[in-house]
Design a protein around this ligand. Structure first.
Ligand SMILES: C[S@@+](CC[C@H](N)C(=O)[O-])C[C@H]1O[C@@H](n2cnc3c(N)ncnc32)[C@H](O)[C@@H]1O
Length: 363
């Protein structure tokens, strides 16, 4: 086991050389593990963003549960670069083992995702097992504290080191009510959102600004919803064009599961992919791509992912195809879109959001 993460060369996906692929809470957990006596597996890592802990630990009987396709790509890359043993990949709680002696979980931003994950972990600890919740002090909110106290009788916050904490949870509280998906109605559809899915409780204002322009969209036989979340854009399109074939893509498992549930709820057959953008899907000559791109990755604000999705959309589009994208006015997407498309037209008058129609992709 490696205790000093700075000794490893760890990459993020997408690559961001100026940003670390781990945080001080990961380092704190590795220091604590040096003195941890209950060292027998199985262990479980949850939300190990870029696989830093899995690469450093490289122990037997290690499971790895992460919602993100970008996280999975980073894990594969970092393991290969360090010739580290691969953990067992978990994509759904049904694949978790019955009992773990130690769970190390990076606290997610979404409280409902945190609650859902803790509820699944609480059922699966050995009697002497512990769950360590890692996070930077500024990201561990009162809400996170409340959830930990709801699911565990013993919550020891420990000392903050380098503005990070490793909270020790033990003695799970039994018999909690199951966490259910949220539902809301919009544009004649019922949308289902599982814990951690984007716009879980209500529609995103950017998506609403986009939907207001949907009557202007071309009628096509095939479309892609890139970064589909719960599927609001593709399903709203299908409501207007029910014979089209929709391909929905998201890098979050909770999003793709929500999109599948929403499609079923509204009776639309769709194709869904859990993937980091379009690059590995081999899609081409697409006549229409819709996108409400992300502007953050976990707690880091970034337009890098959006820019890379624009580039991917340009290469997957047919020569006459159209890429429609919504963005916050201040993000100034117009400039980046012009790098990949010959014609970029703003089609909305919304004060906060701009909807762009992009055509004639550049080779
Ligand atoms: C702003 S949300 C939009 C969701 C939904 N389309 C809507 O309008 O409510 C962006 C979505 O893109 C997804 N995403 C982020 N990076 C991605 C990537 N590299 N590939 C595919 N999806 C990605 C996020 O998980 C999130 O669901």
């Amino acid at each position: 086991m490696i205790s000093d993460l700075t000794k490893l060369t760890l990459n993020r996906v997408p690559p961001a050389p100026s940003l670390q692929a781990f945080n001080a809470a990961d380092e704190l957990a590795l220091q604590r593990l040096q003195q941890y006596s209950n060292a027998e597996g199985p262990w479980l890592l949850v939300n190990d963003a870029f696989g830093a802990l899995a690469t450093a630990l490289s122990v037997k009987n290690l499971d790895w549960w992460n919602d993100s396709a970008m996280g999975r790509e980073a894990l594969d890359h970092n393991l290969a670069a360090h010739k580290a043993a691969a953990p067992r990949i978990i994509e759904s709680p049904t694949e978790l083992r019955d009992q773990y002696r130690l769970v190390i979980l990076q606290a997610p931003k979404s409280l409902t995702l945190f609650e859902w994950q803790l509820s699944e972990i609480g059922k699966r600890l050995t009697p002497d097992g512990q769950c360590w919740v890692l996070g930077m002090v500024k990201h561990l909110s009162r809400g996170h504290q409340g959830v930990m106290q709801q699911y565990f009788s013993s919550v020891d916050p420990g000392l903050a080191v380098k503005k990070a904490r490793c909270v020790t949870l033990a003695d799970p509280v039994p018999k909690q009510a199951p966490i259910s998906a949220q539902e809301y109605s919009i544009d004649g559809l019922t949308l289902v959102a599982l814990p951690g899915c984007f716009s879980e409780a209500k529609p995103d204002p950017g998506a609403l600004a986009f939907l207001a322009e949907f009557d202007q969209l071309p009628s096509v036989d095939r479309l892609v919803d890139l970064g589909c979340g719960n599927g609001v854009l593709a399903l709203s399109y299908l409501r207007r064009h029910p014979t089209s074939q929709a391909i929905l893509i998201d890098e979050s498992l909770q999003a793709t599961a929500s999109a599948a549930a929403s499609a079923e709820r509204n009776g639309y057959p769709v194709q869904i992919h859990h993937a980091n953008g379009l690059t590995r899907l081999g899609l081409s000559a697409i006549p229409l791509i819709l996108c409400n791109p992300p502007f953050h990755q976990s707690t880091t604000l970034t337009t890098d992912i959006a820019h890379s999705l624009f580039k991917q959309a340009a290469s997957a589009l047919s020569a006459e195809g159209e890429f429609w994208v919504v963005g916050n006015r201040h993000l100034n997407y117009h400039k980046t879109l012009k790098r990949w498309f010959t014609r970029v037209t703003a089609v909305s008058q919304h004060p906060k959001f701009v909807v762009f129609r992009c055509t004639v992709p550049k080779p």
